[in-house]
Design a protein around this ligand. Structure first.
Ligand SMILES: NC(=O)c1ccc[n+]([C@@H]2O[C@H](COP(=O)([O-])OP(=O)(O)OC[C@H]3O[C@@H](n4cnc5c(N)ncnc54)[C@H](OP(=O)(O)O)[C@@H]3O)[C@@H](O)[C@H]2O)c1
Length: 274
C-alpha cells in the first residue's frame, strides 16, 4: 500500500484537518488548493506536499496529475474542495453563483477524478497490499494487487433540499450522483468509491464565504449549538480510508447530535428527558 493521499480543498477546514490527521497516521499527503500561502504553512507544519491548483481549471488539474506522478503516485483521492455561495431562493438566485457552485463541487470533482484515476489504477494494479492490511477473513483472492480509494465529501445538503439551498443543494445532489455513477463504472476494479456527507461543521470560512463575507451572520449559524469540528469530520474520514481496503463505506452521514435533520437544529443545551 502506498499510503499517499491527494486531498483537495486542503488550505482550510475539513481538508486541512484531513491532511493533519493523515500525516499523524503515517500517510504521505499531497495538499491541493488555490491559496499558496496557506498551503505553504500547512506543508511546513505537516510535511505535506503542496500543489497550488484550481480544480475548475483543466490545465491546472493536468499539471497536478503530472506532479502527483513525479512525486511517486497516489492510492487515495479525497475530493473535498467545494463550498456554497448564497442562500437565495431559486427565483432570485444569480446564475453566476450557481455556475461557480457547479464548477467547484461537481465539475471540479469530475475533472480531478478523471485526471487522477489512471494514477490510482497504477497503485491498484501494481502495489502489493502487504503489511497485514488485508484481514485473513477476506479469503486471500485479492492479495496479489494493490488497492485505491476515492472519497468524495458531499453534504447532507446533497440528501435533503431546504429553502435557500438552491444551487448548493443542486450541486451536492449532483456530486452524490457522480459518486454513485463512478462506483458502478468502476465495478470489478479494486478501487473503493465512498461518499462522506457532513451536516453542520463549524469551519472558519465555509459559512462566511456562503454569506458573502458577513462574519457576524456566519457566527450566528453556530451560536448555542455544539456543531461538528473539522477535526471530528477528518477523524471519521480517515477512519473510512483505514478500513481494510475491500470495505467500501458507500455513504457516511455525519451530523452533530443537536442537528437531527437539515430542518432541525436544537439550540441550547441537550437534556435527557425525565
Ligand atoms: N462546513 C460545513 O458545514 C460543511 C458541511 C457539509 C459539507 N461541507 C463540504 O465540505 C467541504 C469542505 O468544507 P469546509 O467547511 O472545510 O470549507 P472551507 O473551509 O471553505 O474549505 C473549502 C476548501 O476548498 C478549497 N477550494 C475552493 N474552491 C477551490 C477551487 N476552485 N480549487 C481548489 N480548491 C478550492 C478552498 O481553498 P482555496 O480557497 O485556497 O482554493 C478550501 O481549502 C466542501 O466541499 C463543503 O461543501 C462543509
Amino acid at each position: 500500500m502506498l499510503k499517499r493521499a491527494v486531498v483537495t480543498g486542503a488550505s482550510s477546514g475539513i481538508g486541512a484537518a484531513t491532511v493533519r490527521r493523515l500525516v499523524e497516521h503515517g500517510w504521505r499527503t499531497v495538499a491541493v488548493a488555490r491559496r499558496a500561502d496557506r498551503l505553504a504553512a500547512l506543508a511546513e507544519e505537516t510535511g505535506a506536499h503542496p500543489i497550488v491548483c484550481d480544480v475548475t481549471d483543466e490545465a491546472q488539474v493536468a499539471a497536478l496529475a503530472r506532479e502527483v506522478v513525479d512525486g511517486g503516485g497516489a492510492d487515495v483521492l479525497v475530493n473535498n474542495a467545494g463550498g456554497a455561495i448564497g442562500v437565495d431562493s431559486v427565483e432570485s438566485a444569480s446564475n453566476d453563483d450557481w455556475r461557480r457552485m457547479f464548477e467547484v463541487n461537481v465539475i471540479g470533482l469530475r475533472t480531478v477524478t478523471a485526471a487522477l484515476l489512471p494514477i490510482l489504477r497504477d497503485a491498484a494494479r501494481n502495489a502489493p497490499t502487504g503489511g497485514g492490511s488485508r484481514p485473513a477473513a477476506g479469503g486471500g483472492i485479492d492479495d496479489a494487487h494493490g488497492w485505491a480509494s476515492i472519497l468524495n465529501v458531499t453534504s447532507t445538503a446533497g440528501h435533503a433540499a431546504y429553502p435557500g439551498g438552491g444551487g448548493y443543494n443542486a450541486a451536492k445532489f449532483a456530486a452524490r450522483a457522480v459518486t454513485e455513477v463512478l462506483r458502478l463504472e468502476l465495478a470489478g476494479e479494486p478501487i473503493r468509491v465512498m461518499e462522506l456527507a457532513p451536516g453542520l461543521v463549524h469551519t472558519e470560512e465555509f459559512t462566511v464565504n456562503r454569506l458573502r463575507g458577513d462574519a457576524s451572520a456566519a457566527a450566528a449559524t453556530y451560536e448555542n449549538v455544539t456543531s461538528l469540528t473539522a477535526e471530528e469530520v477528518a477523524a471519521v474520514l480517515v477512519g473510512a480510508l483505514e478500513q481494510p481496503p475491500h470495505v467500501n463505506q458507500d455513504l457516511i452521514v455525519i451530523r452533530p447530535v443537536a442537528q437531527s435533520s437539515v430542518f432541525h437544529t436544537h439550540r441550547g443545551p441537550l437534556e435527557a428527558r425525565a
